[in-house]
Design a protein around this ligand. Structure first.
Ligand code: MGP
Length: 179
């Protein structure tokens, strides 16, 4: 059987912080699910994780390069930021497909090398009435690379889902930290 190696090794993480969350204790809820370095392994893990629409509010799923922990404090994230899309929960099918499409586009070599080098991971955040999907990037101060990543993501959404008016926002992580 042919094994299809991925260019990067990726790891799925899960967390569902309780209500008393703070920046100090946030990462105690992070659980590493599984690492995937082949296409086959990716699908075996992906197919055994619930769909975004099936998770209860509060859950976050993270899909990061295996050398990077999905937190602001990681050395690869500390100067980074995120592109984020917010979607109302009513459009379940779209969210499920967008989650899959965003992951598959990333691992399957559709992004150019420079872009791949600057993408750290993807985060799915399930909340009460909305779901947020973000691409975490490495260097928020490199504007041209951020734009390249954001424009490419927007184009894949347009090409795959025929949506022209998707709004993406960008936030440096430092703007979300309390101090
Ligand atoms: P969140 O889940 O990224 O934001 O962070 P959201 O979804 O806007 O908030 P919610 O209230 O709708 O859930 C929520 C909180 O978790 C933050 O305010 C921080 O206290 C903590 N937190 C989140 N992240 C990603 C980190 C992190 O990387 N490091 C630390 N220290 N705290 C974090």
């Amino acid at each position: 059987m042919k094994i299809n190696q991925l260019k990067y090794s990726w790891t799925f993480w899960f967390d569902k912080p309780d209500l008393k969350i703070s920046e100090e204790n946030w990462d105690q809820f992070l659980i590493k699910i599984e690492c995937c370095d082949t296409v086959e392994k990716f699908w075996s893990v992906f197919n055994n994780i619930l769909l975004p629409s099936e998770f209860e509010p509060g859950v976050n799923l993270h899909f990061f390069k295996s050398k990077i922990e999905p937190k602001w404090e990681d050395v690869y994230n500390i100067k980074g930021g995120k592109w984020i899309i917010t979607i109302p929960k009513q459009v379940d099918l779209f969210i499920n497909k967008l989650w899959e499409n965003t992951l598959v586009t990333l691992i399957s070599g559709n992004y150019d090398d420079l872009t791949m080098e600057n993408v750290n991971g993807i985060v799915l955040s399930v909340r009460k009435n909305i779901i947020k999907l973000s691409i975490w990037t490495k260097n928020y101060y490199n504007k041209s690379i951020q734009l390249r990543i954001g424009k490419f993501w927007k184009k894949t959404i347009k090409d795959n889902f025929f949506i022209n008016n998707m709004t993406l926002d960008y936030f440096p992580h430092v703007s979300l930290m309390s101090n």
